[in-house]
Design a protein around this ligand. Structure first.
Ligand SMILES: Nc1ncnc2c1ncn2[C@@H]1O[C@H](COP(=O)(O)OP(=O)(O)OP(=O)(O)O)[C@@H](O)[C@H]1O
Ligand SMILES: [Mg+2]
Length: 392
């Protein structure tokens, strides 16, 4: 007999969430982790028991696991002097924004294909930078959506690298989970830091997690984060501000975003899998400095498109092809690798690795190994969402 256990599991989840929130309020780190883990496990069980909600439960389990992984105690209160009125307790979040700063040396030239989106981001940045009449308002935020590994993070890094702007790289799941209920303050701290270090590119990855969970206190936390973020985006409409802060949000699950979010991101750009020309460009970028004269790029690009390769897959294929070439060209080293590995670093540095021309065979062998995780159905669902909601 099949017994429906989902009711029991939902009750268990509610109780675990209650205990989690209780522990969070008391700042009991161990219990926070314990009950967050219980929530994750229960969500996973629910994913099995309620098939039509499988993805939603698995997504929530992922978020809970991220909480377990990154939870830490709430920020300490520090005493700050305010205008001579004596010391006041205030959250020590000042370092948080700065801690998200990454160095980017990526430039537009490092990106193969995606010419239109590159133009669009460049145009947005240039208009934002120029002195202009009040009514000319550049976009404050652009949403990038598409399959994994297609260059969304790379685009944000290139925007920052080329502009020599400060690059803030933020994962929503870690903001939501860090410091428990303090997430919306983190967003404020992030944008304060972005204003301070302007020009800034704020890259918000896994943007869908922000609207993923709507129920319970966790939903409350993401709602608060979202409204703070949207307010920050609106804040930059400030006419007098000459600071450039461009927010690029990225997601692999655009269907999770609701109207409130979409309306703040009028520009929603599909970052698709690379076409033939882009495949060629990406492979050339990934094999820079090597002899590729023997490669039939038309044929290679055709194979990559048929295999539904993303830029990341192409990077893996290229890496593997290069590895084959290195093995082929340095048989004396690899035939005796145990002996070589015993040499000191100084000794190793005296020898040079030989390189030779890459061959089609190197690539064909790698292609046999690299499988795209994307199904045609998944791809079709991105195309469909793009038709309905995508907007440049
Ligand atoms: N258009 C491209 N040109 C050159 N390299 C690319 C391109 N797209 C992807 N790559 C390569 O794949 C790697 C992964 O790309 P990136 O991290 O930008 O993907 P993503 O779209 O952000 O993926 P995810 O959705 O999984 O975060 C890059 O570091 C780069 O080496
Ligand atoms: Mg990314």
């Amino acid at each position: 007999m099949n017994i429906d256990l989902s009711g029991v599991l939902y009750a268990q989840l509610k109780e675990a969430e209650r205990k989690y929130n209780d522990a969070k309020a008391k700042n009991e780190l161990e219990n926070v982790k314990k009950f967050a883990q219980l929530c994750a496990n229960t969500e996973k069980q629910l994913a099995e028991k309620v098939p039509d909600q499988r993805k939603a439960h698995l997504d929530k389990a992922k978020l809970w696991e991220e909480i377990v992984r990154t939870a830490r105690t709430a920020p300490r209160k520090v005493m700050v002097e305010k205008g001579g009125k004596g010391a006041e307790a205030e959250d020590d979040l000042s370092g948080f924004g700065d801690s998200l700063i990454e160095k980017s040396s990526v430039t537009w030239k490092d990106i193969g294909g995606l010419d239109e989106i590159k133009d669009l981001i460049q145009e947005t940045i240039v208009i934002a930078g120029l002195t202009k009449p009040e009514s000319v308002k550049p976009d404050k935020g652009i949403l990038l959506f598409g399959p994994p590994g297609t260059g969304k993070t790379l685009l944000a890094a290139a925007a920052a690298g080329s502009l020599k702007a400060t690059f803030f790289n933020v994962k929503v799941s870690s903001v939501l989970s860090k410091y428990f209920g303090e997430s919306s303050k983190m967003i404020t701290a992030l944008y304060e830091s972005a204003r301070k270090h302007s020009p800034s590119i704020v890259f918000i990855d896994e943007f869908d997690s922000i609207t993923m969970s709507r129920d319970g206190d966790q939903g409350e936390a993401s709602r608060k984060v979202l409204s703070t973020l949207l307010a920050e985006l609106d804040g930059f409409q400030d006419k007098k501000s000459d600071k450039l802060i461009l927010t690029l949000a990225a997601t692999n699950a655009p269907e999770s975003l609701d109207d409130a979010v979409l309306s703040r991101f009028p520009k929603r750009i599909y970052i698709p899998l690379p076409d033939r020309k882009a495949c060629q460009d990406i492979i050339r970028i990934q094999t820079k400095g090597l002899d590729i004269s023997a490669i039939d790029f038309d044929k290679l690009a055709e194979m990559c498109v048929v295999n539904r390769y993303s830029g990341r897959d192409l990077q893996n294929v290229s890496k593997d092809a290069i590895r084959s070439m290195i093995h082929r060209s340095n048989a004396e080293i690899f035939d005796d690798i145990d002996k070589m590995a015993e040499l000191s670093f100084e000794e190793l540095k005296k020898r040079t690795l030989k390189v030779s021309a890459l061959t089609m065979d190197d690539f064909i062998k790698s292609i046999a190994k690299v499988k795209s995780p994307l199904t045609t159905e998944k791809l079709a669902s991105f195309e469909k969402w793009n038709k309905e909601y995508g907007a440049a």
